[in-house]
Design a protein around this ligand. Structure first.
Ligand SMILES: O=C(O)CCC(=O)C(=O)O
Length: 458
């Protein structure tokens, strides 16, 4: 299997993914679409945001004066690595999110410059943070990058503000967004890998946890707090309704070859984005990001097109996951940690006794009502394909009682990347799979042809 993935990676390098990221002046929408978006290739655009008032205005003094008293959400971590895989002990790894603190921008500024502060603050809230938390600054940047919005065929779904320095790192991950990332001040460093490298990144699903500083533990159940490797920081591991997050444990800049042998095939692209430049970071590309100094940036996330690349990526992702599971199953039991032995024994025993099948009709009903409810992210009713797309990506769970009853442990909503969307996606896909299985069992061709049930009723 490894040779097949290695061949895919070679082919990607030979025929598609560039060996370096080009710099171009602002293109026309047509050229941008033809040469980059449709090919899913990153590019840096120079001179595209020189006209932004932000380029002149966004000094510390101006920001303090304009938004100093505004409440902002700051991500704080002991190590600078928020949204990252963390080893709690020799056998337990978790996906850890940063502690979120609501403070005034002035307080953030003080913490950020305070060498004695016990933590690394990064203003990286996402969730449309520029438009949502900083309306006073919105007029200082363009509402969208014109040529890009036209090429993508939509307006930005989120516009985010990022303020941090070289201490903060966003670890390797991918997004279902087309991303236009603009540096206003400072320098940003990106490490990029094409989606075709998915099999080399050892994606694994980890329990979802969050950092908690010792000064803020009072609101948590002590039994759910685990010590972290930083003496004054804990990790909150929820006991009930635990969620899990698939994430990449490989750091492309510091590969642990013993733990992650497949990562030897990666050849990351490294990009330094200077002030005034913007990176087109194509959807599904894996990326790690940090700052090389004090940096202020704004990015625009646009819905991606769910076309052939999405379908092929899902297939390769699925094959990579299956190959990993197969490798685990065939691995000698004596080499496995106790939990794995447990899993392997359970797998060897085969599936649990069948429970009576849920009638296809009630599953169909659940899916229909899940599809029919308009999601809450937009006041304009989205077109049916948009609903389907969002359900598949699960940025918002249709608040259908039926869907929730079938997936009781999953929490609705979440704009934040890497959180509940995955869980919701899993629940909808699981529903769909169950329905498809029942339909196949029934061999009811008529019902099969009426496959539109997956689409919301007109
Ligand atoms: O700037 C960062 O720290 C992360 C950016 C990122 O992951 C994104 O825009 O998708």
């Amino acid at each position: 299997m490894e040779t097949v993935f290695a061949q895919l990676s070679e082919d990607a390098k030979d025929f598609w993914a560039p060996r370096s990221v080009a710099r171009i002046p602002p293109p026309s929408p047509l050229v941008f679409y033809r040469d980059y978006v449709s090919k899913n290739i990153p590019v840096i655009i120079t001179g595209g945001i020189d006209h932004w008032p932000a380029m002149r205005k966004w000094t510390d003094d101006y920001l303090l004066q304009t938004i100093g008293n505004k409440t902002v959400t700051v991500d704080v971590t002991p190590s600078g690595y928020g949204d990252a895989v963390l080893a709690l002990d020799a056998t337990t790894k978790v996906f850890v999110q940063p502690e979120e603190r609501d403070v005034t921008f002035r307080e953030f500024h003080t913490l950020y410059h305070d060498a004695a502060f016990d933590g690394i603050p990064y203003l990286s809230h996402q969730n449309d943070s520029l438009r949502d938390q900083f309306p006073q600054l919105v007029g200082d940047v363009d509402a969208a990058i014109g040529f890009a919005a036209e090429a993508f065929g939509n307006t930005p779904e989120a516009v985010n503000l990022w303020i941090g320095d070289e201490r903060a790192v966003s670890t390797m991950h991918k997004d279902h967004y087309e991303n236009m990332y603009c540096v206003v001040r400072g320098r940003k460093h990106f490490t990029l890998l094409p989606p075709s490298d998915v099999a080399f990144l050892h994606e694994t699903t980890y329990p979802t946890t969050r950092y908690v500083h010792e000064s803020r533990t009072a609101r948590f159940d002590a039994a759910a707090l685990r010590p972290s490797t930083h003496p004054s920081w804990f990790v909150h591991v929820p006991v009930e309704a635990a969620e899990s997050t698939p994430w990449i444990p490989v750091d492309p800049l510091n590969v642990d070859a013993a733990q992650f042998p497949n990562a030897k095939h990666i050849a990351p692209l490294e990009v330094v984005l200077e002030a005034g430049e913007m990176l087109y970071l194509p959807s599904l590309w894996y990326h790690r990001a940090t700052q090389l100094c004090d940096t202020v940036a704004v990015n625009y996330w646009h819905d991606m097109e769910f076309d052939a690349k999405y379908v092929y990526f899902n297939f390769v992702h699925g094959v990579a996951t299956a190959a990993k599971e197969l490798r685990l199953k065939t691995h000698s039991l004596s080499c496995l940690a106790p939990a794995r032995v447990h899993q392997a024994v359970a797998a060897a025993r085969g599936p649990a006794p069948r429970t009576p099948p849920v009638p296809a009709e009630s599953l169909l009903g659940a899916v229909r009502s899940a599809s029919a409810v308009e999601p809450a992210w937009n006041t304009t009713p989205p077109a049916p394909t948009r609903i389907l797309k969002h359900q598949l990506l699960c940025r918002s769970l249709p608040p259908s009682a039926a869907a929730q009853a079938l997936a009781p442990s999953q929490t609705p909503l979440c704009l934040r990347k890497g959180e509940a969307p995955k869980a919701t996606k899993a629940s909808l896909l699981a529903l769909r799979r169950q329905v498809e299985m029942r339909l196949a069992q029934d061999r009811n061709e008529e019902r099969r042809e009426a496959n539109e049930w997956w689409w919301p009723p007109a």
